[in-house]
Structure formats: structure tokens, C-alpha cells
Design a protein around this ligand. Sequence first.
Ligand SMILES: Cc1cc2nc3c(=O)[nH]c(=O)nc-3n(C[C@H](O)[C@H](O)[C@H](O)COP(=O)(O)O)c2cc1C
Length: 215
Amino acid sequence: MINSQLAAIRQDYLLASLTEEDTFDDPILQFQKWFQEAVNAGIDDVNALALATVDAHHKPHNRIVLLKGIEQEQFVFFTNYNSHKGNDIASNPNVALTFYWVELQRQIRIEGIATKLTVEASEAYFHSRPIESQLGAWASHQSEVLHHRHDLEKRFELLQKEYDGKKIPCPPHWGGYQVLPSVIEFWQGRASRMHDRIFYSKEIDSNWKRVRLNP
Ligand SMILES: Cc1cc2nc3c(=O)[nH]c(=O)nc-3n(C[C@H](O)[C@H](O)[C@H](O)COP(=O)(O)O)c2cc1C
């Protein structure tokens, strides 16, 4: 049943097109334009992206994180440095980011190198978060086995008491990564699977090269 349903699902993409002339020479500007359009379209979790990493055994892993800024042409997200993704990045800084905005029939793919944000930048963002999120960063040993949810809740409650009325320090194992892109691709769905793909790659001279790819 499910297979016949899956085989029958067919979406045609008719909303828009993307030509070389429509795009900026600089893909960061193009990202900002599309991101603003996605915000204007009221898309839920508009800053959610699939983050792919590769571990020390060359196995890929993927999960959603939230984009929290673009600083000096680098894409910023925050996480636990001791998590699986943190360990992957420590052994291999190559990452890939994918946004998909179904309502706009648009995908953006980014490939690049992840490095840690400065402690100061991570701390500044940490302290801008709601208190509960700050406590959560201390309470959660992200990606480790949790035998009982109760243990996590207990840690959270104890931390709440410990830091009641006090400034919560940023955990040393928590912070941001910035991704310096070497590839950015913009995909606009079109009719009959004849999609538009505008692909930018960074040349050795640091200039961006733009080409159109087959769908
Ligand atoms: C919508 C959404 C947003 C998320 N945002 C983040 C985030 O910004 N940072 C983060 O560490 N995990 C985030 N997560 C959780 C991750 O997907 C993942 O479960 C967690 O980071 C552990 O991943 P890892 O074990 O591969 O390191 C988010 C999940 C979803 C569904």
C-alpha cells in the first residue's frame, strides 16, 4: 500500500524560475535575498537547515540545526561541542548545509569548512537566550545515552535552584560554529523536472564562479 502511494506522489513545481540574470554575482547576497523572501512568506522554522558531517570513519551523519547568523560571509549555528556533530567536526571540518523551503519550491545547498566561534561570540549569544535554554545547555549531555528522562529533568531542576537569580555561565562545551562556504547552490523547482540550478564555487583567487547545472 505504502509503496504504491509513494510511487504515485508527484509534485509539479510551477511557482517561479531562476536565471543567471536574476542572481547576484555574490552568492551571499543571493542567499540573503532568498532568505528574506522566505521570511516574508511566513515559512515555519525558516532558519532550519540539515547539517551533514562526516565522522572519523568517513561515515556521514545528518541532523537539523538552526541558522543563527551570517557573520563575515560565514554561516553560524550553535550546539554542544561534545555532541556527535561536534566530534565529527573536530576530526573533519568539512560540512554541508541544506535549506528546503517547500512553500517557495526552493532549496539552497552550502558546502564549506566549520570552525568554532570565539568564546566571546558564543557567550554573547548564550546570554541572549531564554533562561530555560541556558539551563538546558547545562542539563543536556547532548548525544549521550540518557537512561531515564527523569534524570535530565532532575538535573534541570537542580540547576534552576543553583542559578536562581544568578547569571548562568556559558558552558565550556557549548558554543557556535561558523561555516566558510566554498560552494553555494540555489535550486528553484520548475515544471516537468526541468528545474533551475545556479551553482557558485569559490575559485583559488577567492572570486565566486557561477554556472548553471543540469537539473
Ligand atoms: C527544528 C530543529 C532545530 C534544531 N536546532 C538545533 C540547534 O540549533 N542546535 C543543536 O545542537 N541541535 C538542534 N536540533 C537538534 C538536532 O537535530 C540533533 O538532534 C542534536 O543536535 C544532536 O545531534 P548529534 O547527536 O548528531 O550531534 C534541532 C532539531 C530540530 C528538529
